[in-house]
Design a protein around this ligand. Structure first.
Ligand SMILES: *Cc1c(COP(=O)(O)O)cnc(C)c1O
Length: 451
Protein backbone atom coordinates (compact mmCIF):
# COMPACT_ATOMS: atom_id res chain seq x y z
CA UNK A 1 0.00 0.00 0.00
CA UNK A 2 2.73 2.38 1.04
CA UNK A 3 4.88 1.43 -1.91
CA UNK A 4 2.05 2.15 -4.25
CA UNK A 5 1.49 5.56 -2.72
CA UNK A 6 5.11 6.51 -3.11
CA UNK A 7 5.06 5.31 -6.68
CA UNK A 8 1.92 7.29 -7.30
CA UNK A 9 3.34 10.48 -5.93
CA UNK A 10 6.51 10.03 -7.93
CA UNK A 11 4.40 9.22 -10.92
CA UNK A 12 2.42 12.41 -10.54
CA UNK A 13 5.56 14.46 -10.13
CA UNK A 14 6.88 12.96 -13.35
CA UNK A 15 3.62 13.10 -15.19
CA UNK A 16 3.18 16.78 -14.53
CA UNK A 17 6.49 17.49 -16.21
CA UNK A 18 6.34 15.04 -19.08
CA UNK A 19 4.44 14.35 -22.25
CA UNK A 20 1.27 12.32 -22.56
CA UNK A 21 3.14 9.60 -24.47
CA UNK A 22 5.49 9.11 -21.56
CA UNK A 23 2.54 8.91 -19.19
CA UNK A 24 0.90 6.25 -21.32
CA UNK A 25 4.01 4.10 -21.28
CA UNK A 26 4.23 3.99 -17.47
CA UNK A 27 2.13 1.18 -16.07
CA UNK A 28 1.03 2.18 -12.59
CA UNK A 29 -1.26 -0.51 -11.23
CA UNK A 30 -2.82 1.81 -8.62
CA UNK A 31 -4.37 3.84 -11.40
CA UNK A 32 -5.82 1.06 -13.53
CA UNK A 33 -5.25 1.44 -17.24
CA UNK A 34 -3.09 4.50 -17.83
CA UNK A 35 -4.05 4.71 -21.51
CA UNK A 36 -7.60 5.64 -20.57
CA UNK A 37 -6.42 8.73 -18.77
CA UNK A 38 -3.72 9.91 -21.11
CA UNK A 39 -6.25 9.84 -23.94
CA UNK A 40 -7.97 12.95 -25.24
CA UNK A 41 -10.51 14.50 -22.87
CA UNK A 42 -14.13 13.78 -23.72
CA UNK A 43 -14.93 17.49 -23.48
CA UNK A 44 -12.36 18.05 -26.26
CA UNK A 45 -13.87 15.33 -28.45
CA UNK A 46 -12.17 12.25 -27.00
CA UNK A 47 -13.71 9.04 -25.71
CA UNK A 48 -15.16 9.34 -22.18
CA UNK A 49 -13.64 7.23 -19.40
CA UNK A 50 -17.10 5.91 -18.75
CA UNK A 51 -20.11 5.23 -20.97
CA UNK A 52 -22.16 3.26 -18.43
CA UNK A 53 -24.52 5.10 -16.13
CA UNK A 54 -24.35 4.94 -12.34
CA UNK A 55 -27.16 3.44 -10.20
CA UNK A 56 -30.28 5.58 -10.12
CA UNK A 57 -32.17 6.59 -6.98
CA UNK A 58 -34.46 5.70 -5.29
CA UNK A 59 -34.17 1.92 -5.46
CA UNK A 60 -37.11 -0.25 -4.48
CA UNK A 61 -38.46 -3.76 -4.72
CA UNK A 62 -41.96 -5.21 -4.60
CA UNK A 63 -42.11 -5.53 -0.82
CA UNK A 64 -43.85 -2.17 -0.43
CA UNK A 65 -46.50 -2.93 -3.04
CA UNK A 66 -48.65 -5.22 -0.92
CA UNK A 67 -48.70 -2.94 2.12
CA UNK A 68 -49.33 0.23 0.11
CA UNK A 69 -52.15 -1.49 -1.78
CA UNK A 70 -53.71 -2.91 1.34
CA UNK A 71 -53.69 0.53 2.94
CA UNK A 72 -55.32 1.95 -0.19
CA UNK A 73 -57.99 -0.75 -0.17
CA UNK A 74 -58.70 -0.32 3.56
CA UNK A 75 -59.59 3.35 3.34
CA UNK A 76 -57.51 3.88 6.51
CA UNK A 77 -55.04 6.33 5.05
CA UNK A 78 -54.29 8.55 8.04
CA UNK A 79 -52.42 7.44 11.14
CA UNK A 80 -55.43 7.76 13.41
CA UNK A 81 -57.01 4.83 11.58
CA UNK A 82 -53.98 2.62 11.09
CA UNK A 83 -50.90 1.23 12.75
CA UNK A 84 -48.23 1.71 10.09
CA UNK A 85 -46.86 5.11 11.18
CA UNK A 86 -46.68 3.94 14.81
CA UNK A 87 -44.91 0.75 13.73
CA UNK A 88 -42.31 2.72 11.80
CA UNK A 89 -41.81 5.15 14.70
CA UNK A 90 -41.04 2.24 17.02
CA UNK A 91 -38.65 0.63 14.57
CA UNK A 92 -36.88 3.88 13.73
CA UNK A 93 -36.40 4.75 17.42
CA UNK A 94 -34.92 1.28 17.98
CA UNK A 95 -32.63 1.68 14.97
CA UNK A 96 -31.42 5.04 16.28
CA UNK A 97 -30.98 3.75 19.82
CA UNK A 98 -33.41 6.27 21.35
CA UNK A 99 -36.62 5.97 23.33
CA UNK A 100 -38.99 7.82 21.06
CA UNK A 101 -39.72 8.95 17.51
CA UNK A 102 -42.52 11.13 16.10
CA UNK A 103 -42.99 11.18 12.35
CA UNK A 104 -43.92 14.29 10.41
CA UNK A 105 -44.82 14.93 6.79
CA UNK A 106 -41.27 16.11 6.01
CA UNK A 107 -37.95 17.12 7.54
CA UNK A 108 -38.69 20.85 7.44
CA UNK A 109 -41.70 20.31 9.66
CA UNK A 110 -39.78 17.98 11.95
CA UNK A 111 -37.36 20.86 12.58
CA UNK A 112 -40.16 23.42 12.99
CA UNK A 113 -41.87 21.15 15.51
CA UNK A 114 -38.65 20.59 17.48
CA UNK A 115 -38.02 24.34 17.62
CA UNK A 116 -41.55 25.12 18.75
CA UNK A 117 -41.60 22.48 21.46
CA UNK A 118 -38.23 23.67 22.82
CA UNK A 119 -39.64 27.19 22.91
CA UNK A 120 -37.38 28.73 20.29
CA UNK A 121 -38.94 31.75 18.65
CA UNK A 122 -39.36 35.50 18.45
CA UNK A 123 -36.22 37.43 19.34
CA UNK A 124 -33.98 34.37 19.76
CA UNK A 125 -30.68 33.88 17.97
CA UNK A 126 -29.84 30.42 16.69
CA UNK A 127 -26.32 29.47 15.67
CA UNK A 128 -26.21 27.55 12.40
CA UNK A 129 -23.83 26.70 9.61
CA UNK A 130 -24.15 28.74 6.42
CA UNK A 131 -23.18 25.58 4.51
CA UNK A 132 -26.45 23.65 4.55
CA UNK A 133 -29.59 22.92 2.60
CA UNK A 134 -31.79 25.99 2.57
CA UNK A 135 -34.42 24.31 4.77
CA UNK A 136 -32.13 24.91 7.78
CA UNK A 137 -32.21 28.65 7.09
CA UNK A 138 -35.94 28.51 6.48
CA UNK A 139 -36.88 26.83 9.75
CA UNK A 140 -34.99 29.37 11.84
CA UNK A 141 -36.52 32.29 9.96
CA UNK A 142 -39.89 30.50 9.97
CA UNK A 143 -39.67 30.37 13.77
CA UNK A 144 -39.11 34.16 13.84
CA UNK A 145 -35.56 33.66 15.10
CA UNK A 146 -32.31 35.04 13.69
CA UNK A 147 -30.01 32.54 11.98
CA UNK A 148 -26.56 33.52 13.25
CA UNK A 149 -23.89 31.86 11.19
CA UNK A 150 -20.62 30.40 12.42
CA UNK A 151 -18.18 30.03 9.54
CA UNK A 152 -17.59 26.70 7.82
CA UNK A 153 -14.62 24.39 8.39
CA UNK A 154 -13.44 23.85 4.81
CA UNK A 155 -11.63 20.60 5.65
CA UNK A 156 -14.75 18.84 6.90
CA UNK A 157 -17.48 20.97 5.24
CA UNK A 158 -19.13 21.24 8.71
CA UNK A 159 -19.79 24.17 11.05
CA UNK A 160 -16.40 25.24 12.46
CA UNK A 161 -16.74 24.49 16.19
CA UNK A 162 -14.00 26.99 16.99
CA UNK A 163 -16.06 29.81 15.46
CA UNK A 164 -19.21 29.18 17.49
CA UNK A 165 -18.37 30.73 20.83
CA UNK A 166 -17.57 34.17 19.40
CA UNK A 167 -21.13 34.28 17.98
CA UNK A 168 -22.83 33.72 21.34
CA UNK A 169 -24.49 36.62 23.17
CA UNK A 170 -27.31 37.13 25.65
CA UNK A 171 -29.92 36.49 22.92
CA UNK A 172 -28.49 33.16 21.82
CA UNK A 173 -30.90 30.37 22.56
CA UNK A 174 -29.72 27.33 20.64
CA UNK A 175 -27.17 25.73 18.36
CA UNK A 176 -28.55 23.92 15.33
CA UNK A 177 -25.70 21.76 14.03
CA UNK A 178 -26.25 20.13 10.66
CA UNK A 179 -24.44 16.90 9.81
CA UNK A 180 -24.16 18.23 6.32
CA UNK A 181 -23.57 15.91 3.36
CA UNK A 182 -24.09 13.08 5.86
CA UNK A 183 -20.70 13.72 7.50
CA UNK A 184 -20.91 14.17 11.28
CA UNK A 185 -20.32 17.62 12.80
CA UNK A 186 -17.98 17.87 15.81
CA UNK A 187 -20.49 16.99 18.52
CA UNK A 188 -17.92 16.89 21.37
CA UNK A 189 -17.09 20.55 20.94
CA UNK A 190 -20.63 21.66 20.09
CA UNK A 191 -22.14 19.98 23.15
CA UNK A 192 -19.35 21.31 25.39
CA UNK A 193 -20.04 24.88 24.22
CA UNK A 194 -23.79 24.40 24.59
CA UNK A 195 -23.33 23.05 28.10
CA UNK A 196 -21.09 25.93 29.11
CA UNK A 197 -23.58 28.55 27.86
CA UNK A 198 -26.74 26.65 28.72
CA UNK A 199 -27.96 26.43 25.13
CA UNK A 200 -30.41 24.05 23.50
CA UNK A 201 -29.00 21.79 20.78
CA UNK A 202 -31.15 20.46 17.93
CA UNK A 203 -29.38 18.29 15.38
CA UNK A 204 -30.38 18.64 11.75
CA UNK A 205 -29.63 15.05 10.80
CA UNK A 206 -31.71 15.33 7.62
CA UNK A 207 -28.77 13.95 5.59
CA UNK A 208 -27.25 11.68 8.22
CA UNK A 209 -29.18 8.41 8.71
CA UNK A 210 -26.98 5.86 10.54
CA UNK A 211 -24.01 8.25 10.67
CA UNK A 212 -22.20 7.96 14.00
CA UNK A 213 -20.05 10.01 16.35
CA UNK A 214 -18.08 7.83 18.79
CA UNK A 215 -20.59 5.03 18.22
CA UNK A 216 -23.67 7.19 18.84
CA UNK A 217 -26.07 7.85 16.00
CA UNK A 218 -26.28 11.35 14.59
CA UNK A 219 -29.56 12.90 15.70
CA UNK A 220 -29.35 11.31 19.17
CA UNK A 221 -26.71 13.44 20.85
CA UNK A 222 -28.76 16.53 21.65
CA UNK A 223 -32.14 17.71 22.92
CA UNK A 224 -33.86 16.59 19.72
CA UNK A 225 -32.71 15.23 16.37
CA UNK A 226 -34.53 15.69 13.07
CA UNK A 227 -34.55 13.57 9.92
CA UNK A 228 -35.87 13.85 6.38
CA UNK A 229 -37.26 11.03 4.25
CA UNK A 230 -37.66 13.07 1.07
CA UNK A 231 -37.31 11.31 -2.29
CA UNK A 232 -33.57 11.97 -2.66
CA UNK A 233 -32.68 10.90 0.88
CA UNK A 234 -31.25 7.51 1.90
CA UNK A 235 -34.46 6.42 3.61
CA UNK A 236 -37.00 7.88 1.19
CA UNK A 237 -40.79 7.88 0.88
CA UNK A 238 -41.37 10.94 -1.33
CA UNK A 239 -41.90 13.33 1.57
CA UNK A 240 -41.40 12.45 5.20
CA UNK A 241 -39.62 13.39 8.39
CA UNK A 242 -39.05 12.42 12.00
CA UNK A 243 -38.05 13.83 15.36
CA UNK A 244 -36.20 11.55 17.77
CA UNK A 245 -35.43 12.00 21.46
CA UNK A 246 -35.18 10.40 24.88
CA UNK A 247 -37.21 12.83 26.99
CA UNK A 248 -40.76 11.49 27.28
CA UNK A 249 -42.33 14.79 28.20
CA UNK A 250 -40.76 16.61 25.26
CA UNK A 251 -41.65 13.79 22.88
CA UNK A 252 -45.24 13.77 24.17
CA UNK A 253 -45.36 17.47 23.41
CA UNK A 254 -43.98 16.89 19.90
CA UNK A 255 -46.71 14.32 19.31
CA UNK A 256 -49.42 16.53 20.68
CA UNK A 257 -48.25 19.60 18.75
CA UNK A 258 -48.01 17.67 15.47
CA UNK A 259 -51.55 16.37 16.03
CA UNK A 260 -53.54 19.60 16.37
CA UNK A 261 -52.57 20.03 20.06
CA UNK A 262 -54.64 17.08 21.19
CA UNK A 263 -53.76 15.52 24.56
CA UNK A 264 -51.04 12.89 24.45
CA UNK A 265 -49.16 11.18 27.28
CA UNK A 266 -48.05 13.82 29.75
CA UNK A 267 -49.95 16.51 27.78
CA UNK A 268 -53.03 16.17 30.00
CA UNK A 269 -56.64 16.12 28.91
CA UNK A 270 -57.58 19.31 30.76
CA UNK A 271 -59.66 20.14 27.66
CA UNK A 272 -59.95 18.87 24.07
CA UNK A 273 -57.10 21.10 22.93
CA UNK A 274 -54.90 21.90 25.92
CA UNK A 275 -51.93 23.22 23.89
CA UNK A 276 -51.22 24.98 20.58
CA UNK A 277 -51.07 22.59 17.66
CA UNK A 278 -50.60 22.06 13.97
CA UNK A 279 -51.25 19.14 11.68
CA UNK A 280 -47.92 17.71 10.62
CA UNK A 281 -48.89 14.06 10.55
CA UNK A 282 -47.37 11.46 8.28
CA UNK A 283 -49.73 9.30 6.20
CA UNK A 284 -49.92 5.52 6.42
CA UNK A 285 -48.60 5.22 2.85
CA UNK A 286 -45.45 7.11 3.67
CA UNK A 287 -44.75 4.82 6.61
CA UNK A 288 -45.43 1.68 4.55
CA UNK A 289 -42.79 2.75 2.02
CA UNK A 290 -40.36 3.62 4.84
CA UNK A 291 -40.76 0.21 6.47
CA UNK A 292 -39.79 -1.38 3.20
CA UNK A 293 -36.95 1.08 2.49
CA UNK A 294 -35.54 0.63 5.99
CA UNK A 295 -34.55 -2.94 5.11
CA UNK A 296 -31.84 -1.78 2.73
CA UNK A 297 -30.46 1.17 4.71
CA UNK A 298 -27.76 -0.67 6.67
CA UNK A 299 -26.30 -2.46 3.68
CA UNK A 300 -26.43 0.66 1.47
CA UNK A 301 -24.68 2.65 4.21
CA UNK A 302 -21.93 0.05 4.41
CA UNK A 303 -21.48 0.13 0.61
CA UNK A 304 -21.31 3.94 0.52
CA UNK A 305 -18.71 3.99 3.29
CA UNK A 306 -16.53 1.33 1.69
CA UNK A 307 -16.61 2.99 -1.70
CA UNK A 308 -16.06 6.46 -0.24
CA UNK A 309 -12.97 5.36 1.66
CA UNK A 310 -11.63 3.57 -1.40
CA UNK A 311 -12.26 6.60 -3.60
CA UNK A 312 -10.45 8.82 -1.10
CA UNK A 313 -7.42 6.51 -1.21
CA UNK A 314 -7.44 6.77 -5.02
CA UNK A 315 -7.68 10.54 -5.38
CA UNK A 316 -5.89 11.90 -2.32
CA UNK A 317 -2.52 12.22 -4.05
CA UNK A 318 -3.75 13.98 -7.17
CA UNK A 319 -2.42 17.54 -6.92
CA UNK A 320 -5.17 20.10 -6.42
CA UNK A 321 -7.75 17.51 -5.29
CA UNK A 322 -8.37 17.62 -1.55
CA UNK A 323 -10.80 15.00 -0.25
CA UNK A 324 -13.02 15.95 2.72
CA UNK A 325 -11.72 15.06 6.17
CA UNK A 326 -13.76 13.27 8.81
CA UNK A 327 -13.28 14.40 12.41
CA UNK A 328 -11.43 11.98 14.66
CA UNK A 329 -14.71 11.27 16.52
CA UNK A 330 -16.51 10.03 13.40
CA UNK A 331 -17.10 6.29 13.60
CA UNK A 332 -19.33 6.19 10.53
CA UNK A 333 -20.56 8.63 7.91
CA UNK A 334 -23.76 8.49 5.88
CA UNK A 335 -22.29 10.00 2.69
CA UNK A 336 -25.33 11.72 1.31
CA UNK A 337 -22.71 13.41 -0.84
CA UNK A 338 -19.06 12.65 -1.43
CA UNK A 339 -17.28 16.03 -1.37
CA UNK A 340 -13.77 17.14 -2.25
CA UNK A 341 -12.16 20.48 -2.96
CA UNK A 342 -10.77 21.54 -6.32
CA UNK A 343 -7.77 23.87 -6.17
CA UNK A 344 -7.55 25.57 -9.53
CA UNK A 345 -3.93 26.66 -8.97
CA UNK A 346 -2.97 23.05 -9.73
CA UNK A 347 -5.12 23.01 -12.85
CA UNK A 348 -3.69 25.95 -14.81
CA UNK A 349 -6.22 28.19 -13.06
CA UNK A 350 -9.07 26.56 -14.92
CA UNK A 351 -12.29 27.61 -13.15
CA UNK A 352 -14.17 24.93 -11.24
CA UNK A 353 -17.02 25.15 -13.76
CA UNK A 354 -14.61 23.94 -16.47
CA UNK A 355 -13.42 21.07 -14.26
CA UNK A 356 -17.03 20.07 -13.53
CA UNK A 357 -17.91 20.17 -17.22
CA UNK A 358 -14.86 18.05 -18.08
CA UNK A 359 -15.66 15.53 -15.35
CA UNK A 360 -19.27 15.35 -16.46
CA UNK A 361 -18.15 14.76 -20.05
CA UNK A 362 -16.04 11.79 -18.86
CA UNK A 363 -19.28 10.19 -17.64
CA UNK A 364 -19.05 11.21 -13.98
CA UNK A 365 -22.10 13.20 -12.82
CA UNK A 366 -21.00 15.93 -10.41
CA UNK A 367 -21.91 19.38 -9.13
CA UNK A 368 -20.47 22.36 -7.30
CA UNK A 369 -22.91 22.16 -4.39
CA UNK A 370 -24.22 25.02 -2.29
CA UNK A 371 -23.53 28.65 -3.06
CA UNK A 372 -23.13 31.36 -0.37
CA UNK A 373 -26.86 31.27 0.29
CA UNK A 374 -26.81 33.80 3.10
CA UNK A 375 -26.21 36.36 0.34
CA UNK A 376 -29.35 35.22 -1.49
CA UNK A 377 -32.52 37.22 -1.00
CA UNK A 378 -34.06 35.28 1.85
CA UNK A 379 -32.06 36.82 4.70
CA UNK A 380 -32.68 40.38 3.52
CA UNK A 381 -36.32 39.50 2.94
CA UNK A 382 -36.59 38.26 6.53
CA UNK A 383 -34.79 41.30 7.98
CA UNK A 384 -37.21 43.58 6.13
CA UNK A 385 -40.30 41.67 7.19
CA UNK A 386 -42.87 43.15 9.54
CA UNK A 387 -42.32 40.19 11.83
CA UNK A 388 -38.58 40.75 12.21
CA UNK A 389 -38.86 44.53 12.47
CA UNK A 390 -41.22 44.07 15.40
CA UNK A 391 -39.12 41.34 17.04
CA UNK A 392 -35.62 42.83 16.78
CA UNK A 393 -34.34 46.35 17.36
CA UNK A 394 -32.97 48.28 14.38
CA UNK A 395 -29.50 48.26 15.95
CA UNK A 396 -29.57 44.50 16.25
CA UNK A 397 -30.57 44.03 12.63
CA UNK A 398 -27.99 46.58 11.44
CA UNK A 399 -25.24 44.84 13.37
CA UNK A 400 -26.42 41.51 12.01
CA UNK A 401 -26.16 42.79 8.43
CA UNK A 402 -22.62 44.05 9.04
CA UNK A 403 -21.52 40.66 10.34
CA UNK A 404 -22.74 38.70 7.32
CA UNK A 405 -19.29 37.70 6.03
CA UNK A 406 -18.12 34.12 6.06
CA UNK A 407 -14.91 33.94 4.02
CA UNK A 408 -14.09 30.27 4.69
CA UNK A 409 -17.59 29.30 3.67
CA UNK A 410 -17.44 31.41 0.52
CA UNK A 411 -14.15 29.90 -0.54
CA UNK A 412 -15.53 26.42 0.06
CA UNK A 413 -18.55 27.29 -2.08
CA UNK A 414 -16.14 28.12 -4.90
CA UNK A 415 -13.99 25.01 -4.53
CA UNK A 416 -16.39 22.22 -3.60
CA UNK A 417 -17.12 19.31 -5.90
CA UNK A 418 -19.91 16.92 -4.98
CA UNK A 419 -20.61 13.41 -6.12
CA UNK A 420 -24.09 12.12 -5.35
CA UNK A 421 -24.63 9.23 -2.91
CA UNK A 422 -25.97 7.07 -5.73
CA UNK A 423 -22.50 6.93 -7.32
CA UNK A 424 -21.24 5.35 -4.10
CA UNK A 425 -23.76 2.53 -4.50
CA UNK A 426 -21.86 1.26 -7.55
CA UNK A 427 -18.89 -1.16 -7.47
CA UNK A 428 -15.27 -0.65 -6.52
CA UNK A 429 -14.41 -0.78 -10.25
CA UNK A 430 -16.80 2.14 -10.79
CA UNK A 431 -14.86 4.12 -8.18
CA UNK A 432 -11.76 3.50 -10.31
CA UNK A 433 -13.58 5.19 -13.19
CA UNK A 434 -14.18 8.28 -11.05
CA UNK A 435 -10.53 8.43 -9.98
CA UNK A 436 -9.33 7.77 -13.53
CA UNK A 437 -11.51 10.58 -14.89
CA UNK A 438 -10.19 13.06 -12.33
CA UNK A 439 -6.61 12.06 -13.03
CA UNK A 440 -7.23 12.24 -16.78
CA UNK A 441 -8.34 15.84 -16.39
CA UNK A 442 -5.30 16.60 -14.26
CA UNK A 443 -2.97 15.10 -16.83
CA UNK A 444 -4.69 16.98 -19.64
CA UNK A 445 -4.86 20.31 -17.83
CA UNK A 446 -2.53 21.94 -20.36
CA UNK A 447 -4.70 20.81 -23.27
CA UNK A 448 -7.84 21.94 -21.47
CA UNK A 449 -6.36 25.35 -20.69
CA UNK A 450 -5.33 25.80 -24.34
CA UNK A 451 -8.69 24.71 -25.75
C1 LIG B 1 -33.61 17.62 3.22
C2 LIG B 1 -33.14 18.49 4.31
C3 LIG B 1 -33.99 19.20 5.16
C4 LIG B 1 -35.47 19.28 4.99
O1 LIG B 1 -36.10 18.11 4.77
P1 LIG B 1 -37.42 18.05 3.84
O2 LIG B 1 -37.91 16.67 4.12
O3 LIG B 1 -36.97 18.25 2.44
O4 LIG B 1 -38.35 19.08 4.30
C5 LIG B 1 -33.43 19.94 6.19
N1 LIG B 1 -32.11 20.02 6.35
C6 LIG B 1 -31.25 19.39 5.54
C7 LIG B 1 -29.79 19.51 5.77
C8 LIG B 1 -31.74 18.62 4.47
O5 LIG B 1 -30.89 18.02 3.65
Amino acid sequence: MNDKNVTRRQFLATASASTMAAVASVGIPAYGKPGRKAAKLAILGGKPVRAKSFPSWPVWDRTAEESVLSILRSGNWFRGRGKTVSEFEEKYAALMGVKRCVCTMNGTNALLTAMHVLDIGVGDEIIVSPYTFIATYNVVIGSSALPVFADTDPETFQINPDKIEERINENTKAILPVHILGLPANMDKINAIAGKHNLIVIEDACQAWLAEWRGKKCGTMSDLGCFSFQNSKHLPCGEGGAIVGDDDEIMDKCFSYHNCGRPYGSVKRTSSYPIIGTNRRMTEYQAAILLSQMKRLEEDTETRNKNAHYLTSKIKDIPGIIPHKLYEGVTRAAYHLYPFRYKKEHFKNLPRSRFLAALGAEGIPCSGGYGPQYKDGLIEDALNSKNFKRSFSKQRLDRYREELHYPDNDQLCEEAVWLSQRLLLATKRDMDDIADAILKIYENRDNLAKA
